[in-house]
Design a protein around this ligand. Structure first.
Ligand code: NAG
Ligand code: NAG
Ligand code: NAG
Ligand code: NAG
Ligand code: NAG
Length: 479
């Protein structure tokens, strides 16, 4: 029996800003790590669940034909709150500092927290940010509005002291949401921290990680993830340990061998882009176009792997008995579960093909029909969005490193110690206010660009849990 990956439909903004990435300078601060928690999805074997997975990505990257159409499609991102969180860590904000859980998302660049007035009773249990209780909060008098797949959130931008993993920024710009769609946030997550580059921040603000890297607040200008796998763990609970996020240094006990760094094409960060130069299924390679047509965003905030129609079709062509689903399940493929699928990815100039566990490749199992976690979605409608989006289905299989200078992404083999954390039930960490080892002044003294009221599309999806393995074929999922 396979269990399904959770997914989180995160935020994203597609700003057209094209300023250069400031070059961070290395400095001698102490690197620290914080525990991550992985929330298990409420999942089931229905078409609705599949559609939510796909639409979450569409919404996140603004690649749907229109927001109107997303709403009209009936994929209600509000209704499935229990399954929408993925890997989150904690930050502390304000004076005195208060801890909050936030999704750590390398696929977007904005930090936001729910304000006290944003949540209704049904979302109680979520910590909210109240500017009145922080003596250092400064209101930037800039309104903030984000359109969601099925609603809207609004608030304002401000600055305050933000701490994470022992690093502190004195005046970090972030958004305080004063109204969010009910069910948008799911306890214990209070917001999201974008970990991509400022060039795609809808707020225009420099992301926390980039501020500390730019001001030399980091030992090494990078951050790294080890993400745990519970998809095949029948005993998994709603909250499980999620692995480790490192900021400013890698954790050498979590990987073996070298980190295989590959440059971001063009040397300029927007998303954490890599060129996908190799793709294979069960040893048979799939032909990929060279250049931008094979660019991929490496995204901790997306569950699945998204690819262009041709590339995904070519991949499943290597899997005997596979078949494209149609209608509402368009983009997905089904295949017989009796085959173990070994898909590998290769990036840039690397000679290494990274395999993905069959456990991760299986997104749903309906009797002996499996549905794969690589799906076809046309991303061309989104500004700056690459054709491939490589999410946690892949990232759970490697140690991943996001390096600012030179702009690059690196992967390494997980160590035995890291692999041993997969399926190892344990207590979920709660947000803590740790001690600060390094303080960095904000990069922004001029204030931020005004927020773009309707330029951002942010969605968070969730789905309901149901028993897995019933031999029920729904809709077009028939081979
Ligand atoms: C590195 O990972 C090991 C194994 O999970 C953990 O025990 C240790 O605390 C981590 N250290 C840092 C600095 O991340
Ligand atoms: C903050 O204080 C102001 C002025 O006293 C008050 O109007 C507002 O409701 C307070 N906000 C919250 C979230 O408590
Ligand atoms: C999950 O799969 C891994 C290998 O991918 C295996 O080591 C582990 O035992 C599996 N866990 C369960 C509960 O089946
Ligand atoms: C998957 O394929 C890669 C490359 O062909 C190979 O190195 C790896 O051992 C395979 N893994 C499994 C589990 O078959
Ligand atoms: C399955 O999950 C979807 C998405 O969360 C939800 O809309 C649907 O009601 C669920 N169905 C069942 C039978 O639980």
């Amino acid at each position: 029996m396979h269990f399904l990956p959770y997914s989180l439909a995160l935020s994203c903004m597609l700003s057209l800003v094209t300023e250069s990435l400031a070059i961070p300078t290395p400095s001698p601060a102490t690197p620290v790590s914080i525990p991550l928690v992985r929330r298990r999805p409420k999942r089931n074997n229905t078409d609705e669940w599949l559609q939510l997975q796909r639409d979450a990505v569409v919404a996140k990257y603004g690649i749907g034909k229109s927001a109107q159409q997303k709403r009209a499609s009936g994929y209600n991102l509000l209704g499935n709150q229990d399954g929408d969180a993925s890997f989150y860590g904690s930050i502390a904000v304000g004076t005195p500092p208060v801890g909050y859980n936030v999704i750590l998302d390398t696929g977007s660049s904005d930090l936001w927290l729910a304000g006290s007035s944003a949540l209704s009773d049904t979302t109680s249990g979520i910590s909210t940010f109240n500017p009145n209780t922080s003596s250092t909060f400064k209101d930037l008098q800039t309104s903030f509005q984000i359109t969601y797949g099925s609603g809207a959130a609004q608030g304002f931008l401000g600055t305050d002291v933000v701490q994470m993993a022992g690093l502190k920024v004195d005046a970090q710009t972030f958004a305080v949401a004063t109204a969010v769609t009910e069910d948008l946030l799911n306890s214990p997550v209070s917001g999201l921290m974008g970990l991509a580059f400022e060039t795609i921040a809808s707020s225009g603000a420099t992301p926390f990680w980039q501020t500390v890297a730019t001001n030399g607040g980091l030992d090494q200008p990078l951050m790294a993830f080890q993400l745990t796998r519970f998809t095949n763990d029948t005993q998994a609970r709603d909250l499980e340990p999620g692995g480790t996020f490192n900021l400013g240094a890698v954790n050498t006990s979590l990987f073996t061998g070298d980190i295989d760094f590959q440059d971001i094409p063009g040397g300029q960060g927007t998303y954490w882009i890599q060129e996908l130069t190799g793709l294979s299924a069960n040893g048979a390679s799939v032909e990929l176009p060279a250049g931008a047509a094979s660019y991929a965003a490496i995204d901790t905030g997306t569950t699945l792997v998204i690819g262009p129609t041709d590339g995904i079709a070519a991949l499943y062509a290597q899997i005997p008995g596979s078949q494209a689903l149609t209608g509402q399940n368009e983009g997905y493929y089904a295949y017989p579960c009796n085959a173990n699928i070994n898909v590998t990815l290769r990036f840039g100039q690397s000679t290494i093909s990274w395999p993905i566990s069959d456990d991760d490749f299986v997104l749903q199992q309906r009797g002996n029909i499996c549905i794969g976690s690589f799906i076809a979605v046309d991303t061309s409608a989104g500004s700056q969005v690459p054709p491939w989006i490589v999410g946690d289905v892949f990232l759970k299989n490697v140690y991943s490193v996001f390096r600012a200078t030179p702009p690059s992404v690196g992967f390494a083999k997980l160590s035995a110690a890291a692999i041993a954390q997969n399926g190892a039930d344990g207590p979920a960490p709660s947000p803590t206010v740790g001690s600060v080892v390094s303080t960095v002044a904000s990069v922004e003294t001029e204030g931020v660009r005004s927020s773009k009221p309707n330029g951002a599309v942010k969605v968070r999806a969730a789905w309901s849990w149901a028993a897995v393995g019933a031999a029920v074929l729904l809709g077009s999922c028939v081979l």
